[in-house]
Write a protein that binds this ligand. Structure first.
Ligand SMILES: Nc1nc2c(ncn2[C@@H]2O[C@H](COP(=O)(O)OP(=O)(O)OP(=O)(O)O)[C@@H](O)[C@H]2O)c(=O)[nH]1
Ligand SMILES: [Mg+2]
Length: 394
């Protein structure tokens, strides 16, 4: 099964590793200076989905993640890369190399400093820095990075591709496949925008347009205005409108919530956090500060943003493949062992291939675990479906 992967990018010292650490519960080096991170950090966070165990009235046995009171936690990979500075796409500050680590991500979380206290190269600034500049420069570096990777050794590649009678989607695959794109992603781009059919006549502006289109239609960029705990509600309101897919957050408070949960000060990470009478005054004050921050309109919890990306922006649904369509379990009797993220519009056959190539190749039919009806390979999966695949191997 393919895991969804999201990349954390941004200029140095904006709080990428703080956010990474908070959402993946993985320690990462954090420091108030540029290039604290010199190697990418990889971790896993979890998004929620209702689990069909509640319908079954029996506890599920997830292979991955947990399930608490009927809410299944589904893993999503997070990669935190070193900071990017202007000129990164031309290799400045090893930017190109850092960016190559996020080639195959499904979406990008661009972390910027909403408090405006960090310079473009990640040093503390005494002057206020307008976050709009940062948003523009990071987008430009991302686009230029893909454009330059596409145009590398293009002439020879294009001449060869043009001499075949393949569809343009197939011709482009060797170039864009390394960025995790599928033929249908190229189709989506070509439905929206026009590019020369003959690859050998593509010019610099075509590479830039194609790279922009990848971020517009395939790999969305979502902006996180971090350090918003340093801002007034009025400033938060103003910043909330500066670009689309933009959220005001606090990595610092997300970390504090994680720590409080781990040490038992709170029993749920959901805001508003509950205060217990036995807590010390300092702990109560900290909880009150966190609650009042998340009560400000236009502030968001990062976990919610990530599930919004997966379900809302990338249009994924969750499907539960089972071996026994009656008991909703695998061969060993584990109930609802798998929760698969599938793209909306996927078929029963796509699910079979996601389980295993051999299961896909041996596909005979599928059975809907709720209706117990046989469905064909073209059956369009629905969110929350419980599906048994019948293959030649079973
Ligand atoms: N006030 C405030 N400070 C934060 C927040 N998140 C991070 N910081 C501070 O910002 C500084 C940089 O944090 P890091 O997480 O190391 O930043 P980074 O973007 O990973 O930095 P590089 O790895 O150098 O690119 C540290 O001093 C953090 O404590 C936040 O939400 N609010
Ligand atoms: Mg870092």
């Amino acid at each position: 099964m393919k895991r969804i992967k999201i990349g954390l990018v941004g200029k140095p010292n904006v709080g990428k590793s703080t956010i990474f650490s908070a959402i993946t519960k993985t320690p990462a080096e954090i420091g108030n200076y540029p290039f604290t991170t010199i190697k990418p950090n990889l971790g896993v966070t979890f998004i929620e989905h209702p689990c069909p165990e509640t319908e079954l009235g029996q506890k599920c046995n997830p292979k991955e993640g947990t399930c608490v009171n009927g809410t299944r936690m589904i893993p999503v990979e997070i990669i935190d890369v070193p900071g990017l500075i202007p000129g990164a796409s031309e290799g400045k500050g090893m930017g190109n190399e850092f960016l190559d680590n996020i080639r195959d991500v499904d979406a990008i979380l661009h972390v910027y400093d909403a408090s405006g206290k960090t310079t473009a190269d990640g040093n503390p600034s005494t002057e206020h820095i307008d976050p709009s500049e940062e948003i523009a420069f990071i987008r430009e570096e991302l686009v230029n990075w893909i454009a330059s990777r596409l145009s590398r050794d293009w002439e020879k590649f294009a001449r060869k591709a043009d001499s075949t009678s393949e569809r343009i989607e197939a011709k482009l695959m060797p170039k864009v496949g390394t960025f995790g794109l599928k033929e249908r992603d190229i189709e989506t781009i070509l439905l929206k925008e026009v590019f020369p059919a003959r690859l050998s006549i593509w010019k610099d502006e075509d590479f830039v347009s194609f790279a922009s289109a990848i971020f517009r239609y395939v790999k969305p960029i979502v902006h996180l205005g971090n350090k918003a705990d340093d801002l007034s509600p009025t400033e938060i309101e103003r910043l909330s409108g500066i670009t689309e897919n933009n959220f005001l957050v606090s990595g610092l408070f997300e970390m504090a919530i994680g720590r409080a949960l781990a040490s038992g000060i709170i029993s749920s990470p959901d805001t508003p956090l509950e205060t217990k009478p036995e807590l010390k005054d300092a702990q109560k004050d900290a909880i009150a500060r966190i609650n009042s921050f998340f009560n400000i309109p236009h502030t968001s919890r990062i976990g919610k943003i990530i599930s919004g990306i997966v379900y809302g922006l990338l249009h994924y649904i969750v499907v539960f493949p089972v071996y026994d369509e009656g008991k909703w379990c695998d061969r060993e009797g584990n109930i609802l062992p798998d929760a698969f993220l599938m793209r909306e519009g996927s078929s029963a056959l796509d699910l079979a291939f996601s389980v295993h190539t051999e299961i896909g190749e041996g596909f005979i039919r599928a059975i809907n675990g709720r209706t117990r009806m046989v469905v064909s390979k073209e059956y369009q999966l629905k969110d929350g479906d419980v599906i048994k695949i019948v293959t030649r191997r079973t």
